[in-house]
Design a protein around this ligand. Structure first.
Ligand code: NAD
Ligand code: UDP
Ligand code: UDP
Length: 342
């Protein structure tokens, strides 16, 4: 990017010329959009533990202050209530862009998701361009849609219904990836793209409708686990700490991606219910419910690219991860029940 005459490369050259202040040094200033959500709050914990200054931007659409409340009072932590659809001015070295409701229940309820993905990503890329920060997009396995290739490699272009009920999310993330690559190619912004596969762990919303949170909450509440369709569709479930390690390896590494970040262990929904039964409550039962539209039949990441280029692979199996999540869910469900009694 030596072209200084193009309109588009002007701010870039300013950005590139200025070595981002803290990359490569110990202390960084980092923004996490969506940082009070499930994944974001675990990422914030690890960044703070590493010694970074962390600013969380969140509009609390699906996130909760409780997820980051343990950092209140820490001078290296700041929480800003802000919708990424609106522009914002900040000075930081790295931007982890997570803001976006991730559960099908939420995004079907509020298809404005598309706007969050497009306007929000555009604003964060504009910010990255102005200040010369490195930008990481948390994209999704949903860019592969109902995949015709199995397992999915990063080279697969996907099979998405552009007018379906899930498309605000799938197409929103696909557009976010496009914007990210455009700002990289056209404006020289340093970017990273992660395609995240189904992730679970403590602090997931109790009632966000995703399968792991549903089954775990149902087992703890002694309700039947709701299996949609025949339960033979598959997913691969990654524990949240593995994802956070992958996101940080990606941000610190030299490769743009996209990288699949997921656990290749593949389970049918019936098998997942069985593991919940074995690890959480042996008396748990299941009931079948009608499946939702456009439900992908299979999903499993090929993670060879992340293994070889990021030296990353997940460590926690489903049988190890589920009990850790259940401990957090038990506490929260207990508090909920106590709250009702007051
Ligand atoms: P989450 O819903 O718990 O977190 C998203 C956070 O973004 C919430 O705190 C929410 O309040 C915030 N947010 C939403 N819209 C916003 C807006 N317009 N402005 C500011 N903040 C906003 O979801 P999560 O599971 O933690 O997901 C984090 C990211 O990872 C998302 O981008 C999601 O698409 C991606 N992802 C997650 C999974 C998964 O299985 N958890 C899978 C693939 C991709
Ligand atoms: N933007 C922002 N913070 C910044 C710089 C830009 O929120 O520090 C927003 C800006 O308002 C715009 C978007 O990012 O809506 C894209 O910015 P860019 O400069 O790339 O585009 P332009 O303003 O030239 O359309
Ligand atoms: N699912 C299910 N019972 C539930 C919730 C979901 O059987 O209570 C199924 C759903 O039909 C899908 C899979 O679990 O096949 C994963 O759904 P989720 O919403 O967790 O994630 P995504 O579809 O985005 O991968």
């Amino acid at each position: 990017h030596q072209d200084t005459t193009s309109h588009y490369s002007r701010p870039v050259n300013q950005a590139i010329g200025r070595v981002p202040a803290a990359i490569g040094q110990k202390k960084r200033r980092v923004v996490v959009t969506g940082g009070s959500g499930f994944v974001g709050s675990h990422l914030v914990d690890k960044l703070i533990a590493r010694g970074d200054d962390v600013i969380v931007i969140d509009n609390f659409f699906t996130g909760r202050k409780e997820n980051v409340a343990h950092h209140f009072g820490n001078p290296r932590f700041e929480l800003i209530r802000h919708d990424v659809v609106e522009p914002i001015l900040l000075e930081v070295d790295q931007i982890y862009h997570l803001a976006c409701p991730a559960s099908p229940v939420h995004y079907k309820f509020n298809p404005c998701d598309y706007k969050t993905n497009v306007m929000g990503t555009l604003n964060m890329l504009g910010l990255a361009k102005r200040i010369g920060a490195r930008f990481l997009l948390t994209s999704t396995s949903e860019v592969y849609g109902d995949p015709l290739e199995h397992p999915q490699k990063e080279t697969y272009w996907g099979h998405v219904n552009p007018i379906g009920v899930r498309s605000c999310y799938d197409e929103g993330k696909r557009t976010a990836e496009t914007l990210t690559m455009d700002y990289h190619r056209g404006d020289g912004v340093e970017v990273r793209i992660a395609r995240i596969f189904n992730t679970y762990g403590p602090r997931m919303c109790l009632d966000d409708g995703r399968v792991v949170s549903n089954f775990v909450a149902q087992a703890i509440r002694k309700q039947p686990m709701t299996v949609y369709g025949d339960g033979k569709q598959t997913r691969s479930f990654q524990y949240v700490s593995d994802l956070v390690d992958g996101l940080m390896a990606l941000m610190e590494g030299e490769h743009i991606g996209p990288f699949n970040l997921g656990n290749p262990g593949e389970f049918t929904m019936l098998e997942l219910a069985q593991v919940v039964k074995e690890t959480i409550d042996p008396s748990a039962t299941i009931e079948f419910k009608e499946n939702t539209a456009d439900d992908p039949q299979k999903r499993k990441p090929d993670i060879s690219k992340a293994k070889s280029l990021l030296n990353w692979e997940p460590k926690i199996t489903l049988r190890q991860g589920l009990p850790r999540m259940a401990a957090d869910f038990r506490n929260r469900i207990l508090n909920e029940d106590e709250g009702k009694g007051e």
